[in-house]
Structures are given as C-alpha cells and as structure tokens.
Design a protein around this ligand. Structure first.
Ligand code: NAP
Length: 308
C-alpha cells in the first residue's frame, strides 16, 4: 500500500480528503491517505507552505513532495528537502486567475472606476476598442499564457516576456533585459505573473517602472516582491503610473497602516486572485503519484537552481 501523507495543514484536510481519495482511486493507485505516519513509511507528501512539516530529513523513502500551491518560494530553499518537488498547475486555479486578470484588465481598459465612483457631469470619454489597447504580460508560464489566450479572445493587443526565448508564438514575445524594456514601453496595462525568485525580486524598480508609458496601469497577481513598493508609490504620486491593482504583498495580510491601503490609485485585493481548487488539484496530485509509481517523469517538477 502506498502511503500518501497529507501535510498541507489540518485546516485543509476536510476540503481535500474526499477529492484526493477519489482522484487516487480514479488513477488506479492503491493508496492510504493519512494525516500522520512514521516518516520512514511515507511514499508521497502532499504539501502547502505554512505546514508544521519543515524538516524533510526523516522522509528518506519519500518519492516526491507535491505542493498544492503554484508558488514554491517558501519551500524551494528548504535545505532538508532533497526529494523531488512538484508545484501545482491546476486547471481550476488557472480558470480563477484568468477571470481575475480579465476582469481587472477590462475594468481599467474601459475606465470603469470613474463611473462606479460617480463621475460628475456628462463628459463622454469613449474608450478605445480592445484591439487598440496594448497589454503586456510578464511571465509566459502556465498562468501567463492562459491569461493571454483569454485576452486575445477579446482582441487585446498583447505582448509577453519570459526568462527564456519562446519562438513560434502568435504574439510578440520578448526575453532578457532589452526585451523587458520593449514589452514595458508598449504596455498601457501590464500584468505580472512571475514567480518570486532571487532574479525577480524588485524587478519593477524605479528605472523599469519608468519604461512604462505615462499613466500605465499595473495589475500584480504574481508576488508582492516583484515590485519595489517605494518606487511604485513615487510613480503613482507623480502620475507616471495611473493605477495599481495589487493582490499580493511582501507582508500578508497587508498591514493596516501600509500606504497602499486607502491610496486613491491603488486597489488592494487580499490574495484572492486564484485559489487551488480541491477537485481539479487532487487529480493533478494523483496523476503525479501514479507517474512516480510507474517510473514516468513527474509533472511540474521544480528546478531548484532556477527557483521555480
Ligand atoms: P510558471 O508556469 O512557472 O511560469 C513562470 C513564468 O515566469 C515563466 O514564463 C518563466 O519564464 C517566467 N520567469 C521566471 N523567472 C523569470 C525571470 N527571471 N525573468 C523573466 N521571466 C521569468 O508559473 P505559473 O503557474 O504561471 O505561476 C506564476 C506565478 O503566479 C506563481 O509563481 C505565483 O507566484 C503566482 N500565483 C499567484 C496566485 C494568486 O492567487 N495571486 C495564484 C497562483 C499563482 P520561462 O517560461 O522562460 O521559464
């Protein structure tokens, strides 16, 4: 019997137990899903950051740690973790992120805040069509690409940026520092869907924020550390950035006295852009358990050196 240890927090057990049991059975895996077991007997660990399990050393028999979250910055540097680590690419999570990104891009594209807040008078400012609106996507991974497809479905003029070159895409795709300047300088709305790594920390600093067109909008559902908070506040104050819609922060929950709170040009959402959905994520976990047992390559294996 394969032992699968659920170490993703006791508070998630109720939500995940039934979907995981069903998905493991569906995948044809005879597994015992447990919340506790002698470490040397554990074959797989289902994990989420914040779990009390921080020392992986005794789990010498474990074939893979399967993270329930897309972001792995809180576990990837754990020196005791020598087992393969897989991140979550969940169709349900991707759907949620697409809805969040689409909703906020359309909101800013149409200038909806002005009317929701009750603009006085009768000033008829007709927005351009989506095909005339340039949107930049920083990050062309599972989430960035899915969001781009949805934005293309509404005719937005999209471009993207990633770490490595991606030839053959049907939109302008850039990489490297020169590519970042190219994508930012054309983006009236920029969306950041990058992981937090040593390389992406403070990616949008004062200099690079200056590459955006005057009045550009930033939507950040990636990670808080991607943006230099102080530089963003200066750029917002000067009107160089028109608005920032932020879902993720360096410190969460965002402290009540943080300048982003109550800033007229900042929308704060409390890390709700996209949640892992138990039913769809359980199938991903089960598929990886099946693969590992069958000697097949794992899905969504994290590259420790890269950090994502
Ligand atoms: P992914 O599939 O690993 O894609 C990451 C993308 O970022 C890739 O395109 C990668 O480039 C690019 N990238 C990484 N480092 C880079 C660098 N130094 N310079 C340029 N590009 C770089 O990740 P994902 O599933 O799309 O998720 C992205 C992030 O979204 C997660 O890491 C997490 O932080 C965040 N997230 C947030 C929420 C929320 O609720 N707010 C929910 C889920 C995820 P290559 O393609 O060249 O490798």
């Amino acid at each position: 019997m394969t032992i699968v240890l659920f170490a993703a927090g006791a508070e998630r057990w109720q939500e995940y137990e039934a979907p995981l049991r069903a998905a493991l059975a569906e995948a044809g895996v005879a597994a015992d899903l447990v919340q506790g077991a002698p470490p040397e007997t554990v074959d797989f660990i289902v994990y989420a950051p914040g779990s009390p399990l921080q020392d992986f050393t005794p789990y010498g028999h474990c074939k893979a740690v399967l993270n329930l979250w897309a972001g792995v910055e809180r576990i990837v540097g754990n020196a005791t973790l020598t087992q393969p680590l897989c991140r979550m690419v969940d169709p349900g999570l991707s759907e949620g992120m697409t809805e969040y990104v689409l909703g906020h891009v359309v909101r800013h594209h149409l200038g909806m805040d002005r009317y929701i807040l009750g603009a006085p008078g009768w000033e008829q400012t007709v927005p351009p069509l989506a095909r005339e609106r340039r949107v930049g996507m920083l990050g062309l991974g599972a989430l960035g690409l899915t969001c781009i497809r949805a934005l293309q479905g509404l005719n937005f003029d999209v471009a993207g940026w990633s770490r490595t070159a991606k030839p053959g895409l049907d939109f302008p795709a850039f990489h490297g520092e020169a590519g970042l300047e190219a994508v930012l300088s054309r983006s009236e709305i920029v969306v950041t869907l990058l992981p937090r790594t040593a390389e992406t920390e403070n990616l949008l600093d004062a200099r690079r924020l200056g590459w955006l067109p005057h009045g550009a909008v930033i939507i950040n559902p990636g990670r808080g550390a991607l943006i230099d908070d102080a530089a963003l506040l200066v750029a917002l104050g000067a009107g160089r950035i028109g608005h920032a819609t932020l879902d993720v922060f360096r410190v969460e929950p965002l402290p009540h006295d943080h300048p982003f709170r109550h800033h007229p040009k900042v929308t704060v959402t409390p890390h709700i852009a996209a949640n892992t959905r138990a039913t769809t994520a359980a199938r991903v976990v089960a598929e990886n358990v099946r693969r590992a047992l069958a000697g097949e390559p794992l899905l969504y294996l994290v590259d420790r050196a890269r950090g994502y």
